[in-house]
Design a protein around this ligand. Structure first.
Ligand SMILES: [Zn+2]
Length: 433
């Protein structure tokens, strides 16, 4: 354990004792707006937000009266924005690896699911995850958490935005998190109903999932391009974005043709499709973690050797696509699919970042995907994900080399959330529940 876990941590003590704006000078600043780093940078913040961030000293009107120098100079520390997990299902505990126990979770009442989800949220901020984008549940757990975020009782919970129930077709993939569009007369009516429920965005299930036995997506996409286009149009008429579950080359093609906002998963995407996604300024959220879990622990499902070989080939191709996407300048945003089998909330996101790094992109590019890459594109209701004047004061301070290895995010760090300072020790543990 690190001494950062103790209440006598001197940095936390100083940050917690100051009334009014705090001025720090830090050895390395990762702003989150791209993958670059500023040496010996300054930040001034208070509970309301960041007042100043950059290489130059702040102007006098931004600091406390009479202050002549930073409250702290931390030459060995790196500061970076709080992390955003852009694909979570808080109603499910991915850390539960026993399939039988997982199915029990699905049968809990909505109130029980919400209770469990609230306790999962607590771990996120201390791990440095200060925002999540929910990806669908039928019991309105995500919507309830979103409401709680905007209430006056939220405390230090991450920003949450949610689509409510995902939208699928009757008897097609996704019924554990979706309600079918057949409940309404048209895509427009389905979208209107979700928005009436409080959805901040619309989640669509454009395809099924990968058939691991065959090593391919074998089912026809459940939503053709014309139908997706109707959903996208309806969502835009309400000022809402679409996030679309999609794997398989045909399904990706439909998503591109219909100009959805974000493509979730996107297994079997090809290089030409990546270039089109870039040109259309769409977002790709590759979600390595749920498939990698099955590569790492095939026994939970009883996968054969052949299936394991398929899984490895699929993850290998996905890794090459990630490297290509970065070369092409595609807007890649990190999301873990936490709640999926084997992907725990919080720890699963750090794992996702490790897998993106292992796929072959630099730690700094991974951190950009986890902070500011989606910031101006994803329609979040607040400014976060960057160290910039006007953004929320939600950031991490660490003396570990996170800029060269994202695994160091597991080590002791200080999290500042709207001005409140939380220090955490090393976290090597695997998920509990
Ligand atoms: Zn998902």
């Amino acid at each position: 354990m690190s001494d950062a876990n103790s209440s006598s941590d001197p940095i936390t003590e100083v940050l917690s004792s100051i009334v009014g704006p705090i001025w720090l000078k830090v050895g390395q600043m990762f702003c989150g707006t791209d993958h670059t780093v500023i040496a010996d940078a300054h930040i001034v913040y208070d509970a309301d937000g960041i007042r100043h961030a950059g290489p130059e000293s702040p102007s006098r009107d931004l600091i406390r009266m009479g202050q002549e120098k930073p409250d702290l100079y931390l030459p060995d520390h790196t500061i970076l924005p709080g992390l955003t997990d852009a694909h979570t299902h808080l109603f499910l505990e991915g850390g539960e690896t026993d399939p039988a126990k997982r199915s029990v979770y699905l049968k809990l009442t909505a109130a029980e699911q919400l209770n469990h989800a609230q306790s999962r949220l607590k771990r996120l901020v201390s791990l440095g995850i200060t925002a999540v984008r929910e990806a669908g549940d039928k019991a309105s757990v995500g919507l309830a958490l979103q409401s709680r975020y905007w209430s006056n009782q939220r405390g230090s919970m991450p920003y949450v935005d949610a689509p409510g129930a995902a939208i699928n077709h009757h008897k097609r993939y996704g019924s554990f998190m979706a309600r079918p569009t057949e409940e309404y007369d048209s895509p427009a009516a389905t979208v209107a109903a979700r928005i009436a429920d409080g959805a901040h965005r619309i989640k669509l299930l454009a395809t099924g999932i990968i058939n691991f036995e065959k090593g391919a997506v074998t089912a026809k996409p459940q939503m053709p391009a014309e139908e997706l286009t109707a959903f996208v149009k309806a969502a835009r008429e309400h000022g809402k974005q679409t996030m679309v579950h999609c794997s398989g080359n045909d399904g990706v093609a439909n998503c591109i043709a219909s100009r959805v906002d974000t493509i979730e998963h996107g297994y079997f995407i090809d290089d030409d499709q990546l270039a089109r996604i870039r040109d259309a300024d769409m977002v790709w959220v590759p979600t390595f973690a749920p498939v990698q879990f099955q590569v790492d622990q095939p026994d939970h499902i009883g996968w054969s050797k052949q299936v394991c070989t398929n899984l490895q080939r699929i993850v290998g191709a996905h890794s090459r696509s990630l490297v290509k996407a970065q070369e092409l300048g595609v807007r890649v945003v990190a999301g873990s699919d936490a709640g999926s089998h084997g992907v725990a909330h919080g720890w699963g996101f750090i794992r996702e970042l490790e897998l993106m790094q292992a796929a072959g992109i630099s730690a700094a590019h991974v951190l950009h995907a986890a902070t500011g890459a989606g910031r101006e594109r994803m329609g979040y209701a607040e400014q976060f994900g960057a160290l910039q004047a006007g953004c929320k004061s939600r950031f991490l301070l660490t003396n570990q080399d996170v800029l060269n290895d994202v695994s160091n995010l597991r080590r002791a760090k200080i999290v500042v959330f709207d001005g409140t300072t939380i220090s955490t020790g090393d976290d090597e543990s695997q998920p509990g529940l």
